[in-house]
Design a binder for this molecule. Structure first.
Ligand SMILES: [Ca+2]
Ligand SMILES: [Ca+2]
Ligand SMILES: [Ca+2]
Ligand SMILES: [Ca+2]
Length: 481
């Protein structure tokens, strides 16, 4: 009998100190899957997402764009979909492949999959095809954007298509899920296009989603610029002014400005309500911008945003790059609240950004890509920062020239281990620059409060068992007599 009680005591001790002790943050992230491109310089990983569940099975799916993939035609582009699930392993065979319509179309240059757009409760996938043209030649790149509606029987036929109206409009160069910015609770999204007369102008067209989704823009934000390049980008801003409706963030790096538009107006107010400005012309301020509904670093109830200047000088390093955090409020200002800096010359720190919860503290984190890290060898690196707890983590590519961190996304849980996952691409990986993507599992959340309570309960149980053991010992002793 005493042996059985000793064993019980051991089991309870083991469970208390090994199984229930609060998990302290691991120093790394487990790699749960990789995928790779097969064609030379197909730019596999130019765009990545693990923020949506396209087939509605409860597991977030891994989606990778390769805009110069040759499967359908030379540089037609492709998008690879890997269904998430409990068996998600190092299996890099895509489950669904979407391909571009003609050579040089750049299908998959951008992808966005973060929620339902047409009101059927399945998440949907937006794909930008910025070099699409109706004559199927290399000229006249009017561009195209398509949406593939999610469903249990997801197919490869686009369900919604908009084409650019003029030559070189490059419609779909940017395409982004916004969450609800119209105030009707249905998710909305944005597409970009360019015009050239009377002056170079980028346009961000907002489409209001829901059961009434159509192909007519519901609002249009336009900004003249001196040149285009990769000069503008669009992101949700979460609810920066804490009025209950999501807001829109547009970075315009050529003029080192980023503009914030409050959602919910009818019509949508297309004049910026907050303008953020970089430190100097040429620092690339606004190259990448990020925000999300609920992204509240300082826990004040207002969502916060992040803007990068990947060519900013720091006190120590030339063109290392900087990332700025701005806290939202009911009366927001454009004053920087936190700054993160690159730690080498010329690494393009802030070339990519994502926000989400990936570290064990389970507060909101910022993930910053520096795909030229290790310059001039460009191995690439990714920095993860938790503004609330000051914890941080660093990941880097495998070999010189990988460009690790070119694109990244903190999404949901793809493999059913109860932590969010992080997808990172190294789009020049491999001898033929065929590219590679890495899916990391987030750290399991710390549960210190629950852990302490659990330990207390187990300690009470333990003292009860010890008392019982002593009583039985006394009883057995008295029986022996
Ligand atoms: Ca899924
Ligand atoms: Ca849908
Ligand atoms: Ca708002
Ligand atoms: Ca906040």
């Amino acid at each position: 009998m005493n042996h059985r009680i000793d064993f019980l005591v051991f089991v309870i001790f083991f469970y208390t100190f090994v199984m229930i002790s609060p998990v302290s943050g691991d120093s790394s992230l487990p790699l749960i899957m990789t995928g790779s491109g097969t064609y030379s310089q197909e730019l596999y990983g130019n765009s990545v997402s693990c923020s949506g569940d396209l087939n509605g099975d409860g597991y977030f799916d891994v989606i990778v764009g390769a805009p110069q993939n040759d499967l359908a035609a030379n540089n037609a582009g492709a998008v690879f979909i890997y269904w998430g699930g409990p068996q998600l392993t190092l299996d890099d065979i895509p489950d669904v492949v979407l391909t571009g319509p003609h050579e040089y179309a750049q299908f998959g240059r951008v992808i966005s999959c973060e929620g339902d757009l047409n009101g059927d409760e399945f998440d949907d996938l937006i794909v930008g095809v910025p070099a699409y043209n109706s004559s199927k030649t290399r000229q006249d790149i009017a561009g195209r954007a398509q949406i593939f509606f999610g469903s249990e029987t997801f197919d490869t036929v686009a369900d919604w298509t908009v084409d650019g109206a003029v030559a070189n409009a490059e419609l779909g160069f940017r395409a982004c899920f916004l969450g609800d910015v119209s105030g009707d609770l249905a998710n909305d999204f944005a597409l970009s296009y360019l015009t050239f007369e009377p002056e170079k102008t980028w346009h961000i067209a907002l489409f209001y989603g829901g059961s009434g989704l159509d192909t007519t823009p519901d609002a249009l934000i336009s900004q003249p610029v001196s040149r285009f390049d990769e000069a503008f980008t669009v992101s949700p801003a979460g609810d920066f002014n804490a009025d209950g409706v999501g807001d829109v963030l547009i970075g315009s790096s050529i003029d080192y400005q980023t503009y914030l538009y409050y959602g919910g107006g009818d019509p949508f107010n297309t004049s910026p309500q907050v303008t953020f400005t970089g430190e100097v012309l040429g620092d690339g301020f606004g190259y990448a911008v990020a925000g999300k509904r609920g992204c509240d670093f300082n826990h004040d109830g207002a969502d916060d945003i992040v803007i990068s200047a990947p060519q900013a000088d720091t006190a120590t390093y030339e063109k290392a790059g900087k990332v700025y955090v701005y806290f939202g409020s009911e009366n927001p200002d454009a004053t920087v609240d936190l700054t993160y800096e690159g730690d080498q010359d010329l690494i393009f720190f802030g070339g990519s950004l994502s926000v989400g919860r990936i570290l064990a503290d389970y507060t909101w984190d910022i993930v910053v890509g520096a795909y030229l890290y290790g310059s001039p060898n460009d191995i690439g690196a990714v920095y993860i920062f938790s503004p609330a707890t000051k914890s941080a983590l660093f990941l880097q590519g495998e070999t010189n020239g990988d460009g690790f961190g070119y694109a990244l996304d903190i999404g949901g849980d793809c493999n059913d281990d109860s932590s969010n996952d992080l997808l990172i691409s190294a789009f020049y990986f491999g001898v033929n620059n065929n590219g590679k993507a890495y899916l990391y599992s987030g750290q399991p959340p710390d549960v210190p409060a629950l852990g302490h309570e659990a330990i207390l309960i187990v300690m009470i149980l333990l003292s009860f068992v010890i008392s019982l053991s002593k009583l039985r010992g006394l009883a057995e002793q008295s029986g022996d007599e």
